[in-house]
Design a protein around this ligand. Structure first.
Ligand SMILES: Nc1ncnc2c1ncn2[C@@H]1O[C@H](COP(=O)(O)OP(=O)(O)O)[C@@H](O)[C@H]1O
Ligand SMILES: [Mg+2]
Length: 366
């Protein structure tokens, strides 16, 4: 029998099947408190959606009894809450100094350009926001900013004079606050910046923009693993990174390099997202593995990181990007939107596990 820890109780809860109850939404943070006193377990659980029924309570009790047979009594309290309070905070003095209202900072990176990193960053931000999280997005790809186009807003942000400096309000669409060099400079002029200027601009996006309270601030990094990327990941106080790859070997080789880069600077890789995983022909429904299959899962196994999910090739994703209407916003009942929500919840789970490990807060009161 395994020890009664939060993570073991979580594994037990994930086996439960009940109407209207989605075990995928469970994270370590769903267990608000766990108290064990002489074979009596008291559990306070909180869920993001309305699931607190008597039937579910009984199922939880039965599952826990069967997984931890030494328990004599189990008291369960269920409560519901918004997704925002479902997301834990990365405690980091460096982050708190620059971004005091931001719980977590996530880099979306890729070893190669053109794998759909910006598309994934934008759709992921929208999926998180749709699920109730407060989300910001910094277009840190200052050499090829595409977030304004993909979010359909190219206005200039409002600037105002604060006590001692100029402050900027982020732009906002689809529930996502964002800033990009693309809204500050003429997009026909090439941006010829050196590395230190690039990291200076990203620093200003963190310090001079009024982000307010956010669960996630996502960074769309420039592709690659060169000096500029390395400087950026050291400039931004990161909770973790997500790597986007396509399934074929040329992209995977570079995804491995990106993983190594984050390891080198001690930024945890929260998972890998495989984009352009497969194509379903709309006329026949037949599945084609255009760029091969299983590559993303393979490197996750090899390098011991989480596989967050695979996104299909779909012309509507490209159209959504070009037209400034992210597909998971516009077609929110599509299979694609479901995949993005799944990926965003897996990411939240990884963030919560990372924060719980870091804070060493898996407490059992004996
Ligand atoms: N899953 C997908 N299906 C169809 N088109 C996609 C998909 N992912 C990305 N694209 C398209 O591929 C192009 C490159 O994507 P982009 O996100 O700009 O890549 P990156 O930021 O990695 O350079 C864009 O035109 C985008 O709309
Ligand atoms: Mg891009």
């Amino acid at each position: 029998m395994s020890d009664i820890t939060k993570s073991n109780v979580l594994s037990s809860l994930k086996k439960i099947q009940s109407d209207g109850f989605d075990p995928n939404i469970l994270t370590l943070n769903s267990i608000q408190s766990l108290e064990l006193k002489s074979n009596e377990l008291s559990l306070k659980l909180s869920f993001a959606s309305q699931v607190s029924s008597e039937e579910l309570k009984q199922k939880i009790e039965a599952q826990i009894k069967s997984d931890f047979p030494s328990l004599q009594k189990i008291n369960i309290q269920l409560q519901t809450r918004s997704t925002s309070s479902n997301i834990s905070t990365h405690n980091d003095p460096k982050k708190d100094a620059i971004l005091p209202g931001v719980k977590n900072t996530i880099a979306v990176a890729s070893g190669k350009g053109g794998v759909g990193k910006s598309t994934v960053a934008v759709n992921l931000a929208v999926a998180l926001a749709k699920d109730g999280a407060k989300v910001g997005l910094i277009d840190a790809d200052i050499y090829g900013p595409s977030v304004p186009l993909m979010l359909g807003i190219k206005d200039k942000p409002k600037v105002y004079q604060a006590e001692s400096s100029l402050r900027m309000l982020p732009l906002e669409n689809y529930g996502v606050k964002f800033i990009s060099i693309g809204v500050l400079v003429d997009d026909k002029a090439p941006i010829i910046w050196r590395g230190p200027m690039a990291s200076g601009a990203i620093k200003q996006f963190m310090t001079d923009v009024e982000w307010g309270e956010l669960d996630y601030l996502i960074f769309d990094l420039p592709p690659g693993t060169g000096d500029i990327q390395l400087t950026l990941v050291q400039t931004i106080p990161l909770t973790g990174a997500v790597i986007v790859t396509t399934p074929q070997e040329v992209s995977l080789v570079d995804a491995r390099k990106a993983l190594m880069m984050f390891n080198r600077v001690n930024v945890p890789v929260l998972g890998v997202i495989e984009n352009m995983s497969f194509f379903i022909a709309p006329d026949t429904g037949k599945k084609y593995d255009i760029f091969g299959s299983g590559g993303g899962e393979r490197i996750c196994k090899e390098l011991n990181v989480e596989f967050l999910g695979g996104i299909p090739i779909d012309p509507r994703i490209r159209e959504g990007g070009d037209n400034g209407v992210p597909m998971d916003y516009d077609q929110s009942d599509s299979e694609y939107a479901r995949i993005m929500i799944d990926i965003s919840r897996k990411l939240t789970e990884q963030v919560n596990i990372r924060n719980a490990n870091q804070n060493d807060k898996i407490e059992i009161i004996l």
